[in-house]
Design a protein around this ligand. Structure first.
Ligand SMILES: Cc1cc2nc3c(=O)[nH]c(=O)nc-3n(C[C@H](O)[C@H](O)[C@H](O)COP(=O)(O)OP(=O)(O)OC[C@H]3O[C@@H](n4cnc5c(N)ncnc54)[C@H](O)[C@@H]3O)c2cc1C
Length: 587
């Protein structure tokens, strides 16, 4: 079984030292979450993830969720762990105290998301979609629905799902067929089939609250005719008790490459009672509340899996002896593989990406809090624009990097990485879904390029680039190498942005063929920005914690020498256009 030590020290470094964001500090809501309290929470979270959740990863992989006589059974140990998990209040971390939640800031709950993803993504998914559904209902449901459903969801006694995908409708939701027939009294009868539904059915909770996209029988075709419905597995009585079974059943569960402990279900809706959430035909807008937050969390899943892959690779590299390194000091026998330059390069690649991503996601969590809670509308809107710009970057870049990192982890383990012994191949398999679900990474890149750069609020990308330039203008001599490297790559981003804006208008195929590369360049600059903010603290406070800050500076050196410069090659290759791609005749 892989080892895992939650990176509490790095998380606390971010929380203590990188919170000096003026706009974030103007929010009153989180003043009580001081570093001492947060440290206590993270240390408890570390214990839960390391001791309770981590052992479930292997058992879930070896004994996947199954469908037995119409009932979905989770892997051995899941039920007991879930009971303890909800009793200790871990589902409700970021939820509103009004509904029984603990009202914690995103900056803290995101750390917990990372830990859970590292320990067992399959187990995490059972509560993750509940929080997604909670957020959607919190923003779009009537008070009556909120009061009836949210407290049980926050408690973890009821779970949630997100039902979009159908057999012929994946990325393109305009093709959606599930029907909603209005009934007297204002409810709907929902009929159709949804596939690939995460936690669509299971034995962990008393009820499951499905959020279903469907087309009302009198609505237009395409995305403009889609509404959102709440469809409970069991009808909820007006006093909040669980009543009769609704018309939702599980047709089958998927046999998958990874996340085998998570039940991915085909759900059949046969005139199931549904309640419309939000305005008619605006279901996609409401669902996007859930999807946008989920996309960030999927990025964090990639980060968590990267961290556990790195920790195990480091530990193995310090134990395994093979070959002589070029500057070997031992006269007899082989050296530890951590002495080989190529293994060290690989480990530093992982570490520099992971720590940069964690700092970037901390910045993004702060922006989310400002976008939700700041008193000034203009400040809120500005933060919200940055959140929507960086969301596809976090989703795609973190999950693609996690593929690279889990693959490198297997490589460091050699044959023992490919066999099941060390549990490393499972990390690769479990992570493989993250670039696919919640909108594939290609779809994220297209979303970034065609919808997020310029919005009705103007040129978001230009404002973001300006913000980065303003924030990296610090004068410490020793940091000038890093600032110069980032500035060089900002110039690449500026050139690429001009090119891509022109192509979006004039040659959209060129923009399409370049969008994945563009996302990577923006992601590299955003991670560089996060690293510079980390370095600023390291240099200012060096004497207070030399060992920790020196390690950060050396890790950053790798990022700025070996990772960030990849931006240039993305720019050069992508701007060769698409004609030769589109003209090619596939036989
Ligand atoms: C384990 C698992 C769990 C899931 N959980 C859920 C869930 O809880 N709820 C839910 O509703 N769905 C869920 N899904 C579905 C998932 O979100 C979809 O599989 C995903 O959105 C892609 O849709 P698709 O599989 O139909 O692929 P398609 O949409 O058919 O895409 C196939 C390929 O074409 C590319 N492509 C498609 N359109 C374009 C375009 N316009 N431009 C460029 N490239 C394009 C895609 O990037 C992809 O590479 C889950 C899937 C899995 C496997």
């Amino acid at each position: 079984m892989p080892i895992y030590n939650a990176p509490v020290e790095d998380m606390m470094f971010l929380f203590e030292k990188l919170r000096n964001n003026k706009k974030y500090n103007e929010i009153d809501k989180y003043k009580e979450f001081n570093p001492d309290l947060v440290k206590d929470i993270l240390e408890e979270a570390a214990k839960v993830t390391q001791n309770l959740i981590l052992p479930l990863a292997k058992s879930g992989d070896e004994n996947p969720a199954i469908l037995e006589n119409g009932v979905v059974r989770t892997p051995p140990g899941y039920k007991e762990a879930y009971k303890k998990f909800i009793e200790d209040g871990w589902v409700s971390l970021s939820c509103d105290p009004k509904y029984g939640g603990q009202g914690m800031p995103k900056t803290v709950s995101t750390f917990f998301d990372e830990m859970l993803s590292a320990a067992s993504l399959s187990f995490k998914l059972y509560s993750e979609l509940t929080i997604g559904a909670y957020n959607c209902l919190l923003n779009h449901a009537s008070d009556e629905i909120k009061n009836l459903y949210l407290p049980k969801m926050v408690e973890g006694k009821w779970s949630g799902t997100m039902c979009l995908t159908e057999p012929v409708c994946g990325t393109d939701l305009g093709l959606l067929k599930t029907k909603a027939q209005e009934q007297s009294g204002g409810t709907y009868k929902i009929s159709g089939q949804k596939i690939f539904i995460t936690s669509g059915d299971h034995d962990l909770t008393e009820n499951i609250i499905h959020l279903v996209l469907a087309r009302s029988t009198d609505s237009p075709k395409g995305t403009k005719g889609i509404s959102l419905f709440l469809v409970p597995k069991f009808i909820v009585n007006t006093d909040g008790s669980v009543g009769s079974r609704n018309g939702v059943s599980t047709g089958s569960i998927e046999d998958k490459m990874g996340i085998k402990g998570s039940a991915t279900c085909v759900l059949n809706f046969d005139e199931a009672v549904g309640y419309m959430i939000g305005p008619k035909n605006k279901g996609l807008n409401s669902m996007f509340t859930m999807m946008n937050l989920e996309r960030i969390i999927v990025g964090i899943q990639g980060l968590g899996i990267s961290e556990i892959a790195y920790q195990n690779s480091l530990s193995y590299a310090k134990e395994r002896k093979q070959g002589k390194s070029h500057n070997s000091k031992s006269n007899n026998g082989a050296d530890l593989i951590i002495e080989h330059a190529d293994i060290r390069r690989s480990l530093l690649n992982m570490k520099s990406i992971i720590e940069g991503e964690r700092a970037l996601s901390f910045w993004l969590s702060q922006q989310i809090e400002v976008s939700l809670n700041h008193n000034d509308e203009k400040t809120k809107q500005e933060a919200s624009d940055f959140v929507s710009l960086i969301t596809p970057v976090v989703k795609s870049m973190f999950t693609d990097n996690a593929m690279e990192i889990t693959s490198e982890a297997m490589q460091i383990h050699g044959g023992y990485g490919f066999t099941k012994d060390q549990g490393i191949e499972q990390l690769y398999r479990d992570n493989r879904i993250t670039p696919i679900y919640e909108g594939t990474n290609s779809v994220q890149a297209a979303d970034l390029v065609f919808r997020k750069l310029i919005t009705k609020n103007g040129d978001v990308i230009d404002r973001y680039i300006q913000l980065v330039k303003d924030e990296i203008d610090f004068k410490e001599d020793k940091a000038q190498f890093y600032v110069k490297e980032l500035n060089k790559n900002i110039e690449t981003l500026v050139k690429f942005t001009e090119w891509i804006k022109d192509k979006v208008k004039n040659v959209p195929e060129d923009a399409s063929a370049a969008c994945n590369d563009y996302l990577k360049v923006l992601g590299l600059v955003a991670t560089g920005h996060a690293w510079i903010k980390v370095l600023e603290v390291c240099y200012k406070e060096y004497e207070n914690n030399k060992e920790f800050y020196e390690e950060k500076i050396q890790t950053a050196k790798f990022f700025f020498n070996r990772v960030l410069p990849k931006a240039e090659s993305h720019f050069l290759t992508a701007t060769t256009g698409s004609k030769y791609i589109m003209d090619y005749k596939f036989n």
